[in-house]
Design a protein around this ligand. Structure first.
Ligand SMILES: [Zn+2]
Length: 132
């Protein structure tokens, strides 16, 4: 179990702060963080890289059927956001009407409640994006 703890905190840190990885060799930036560069494999070292948390909506879909724990949130917008640093991420778009969401819209990250586990009462937090 001991060896899982640093990874747990690393994942948490990444989720809270939008920390990805940058390849020291090809300079590619990855998010979510990788353990090795998909291009350079183990020939290169990765370093932490903090993303600005800005981007543009590349495509989106309106979700009407919720996943477990998202029941109170439908309908909601799930978008693929392309960040200027390179990576894309799938994220929920908040703080705007569904009709306002457009491809190419500028968005920025916000820290929000993601999901509530009914029985355990656990609340998970992480990033979402809203209009910039
Ligand atoms: Zn690389």
């Amino acid at each position: 179990m001991g060896s899982n703890i640093p990874r747990f905190w690393r994942n948490l840190k990444s989720r809270y702060n939008l920390i990805g990885t940058k390849c020291a060799n090809c300079k590619e930036i990855h998010f979510p963080p990788r353990h090795f560069c998909p291009k350079c494999r183990r020939l290169s070292k990765l370093e932490d890289f903090k993303l600005e948390g800005r981007g543009k909506i590349e495509t989106y879909t309106v979700i009407h059927t919720p996943m477990d724990g998202f029941e109170g949130q439908i309908p909601y917008v799930l978008a693929i956001v392309k960040m200027p640093e390179g990576p894309r991420l799938t994220t929920q778009i908040v703080d705007c009407e569904i009709e306002e969401v457009k491809i190419g819209m500028k968005v920025k990250s916000v820290f929000r409640k993601i999901q509530e586990d009914g029985e355990a009462g656990l609340i998970h937090y992480g990033y979402k994006f809203k209009p910039a």
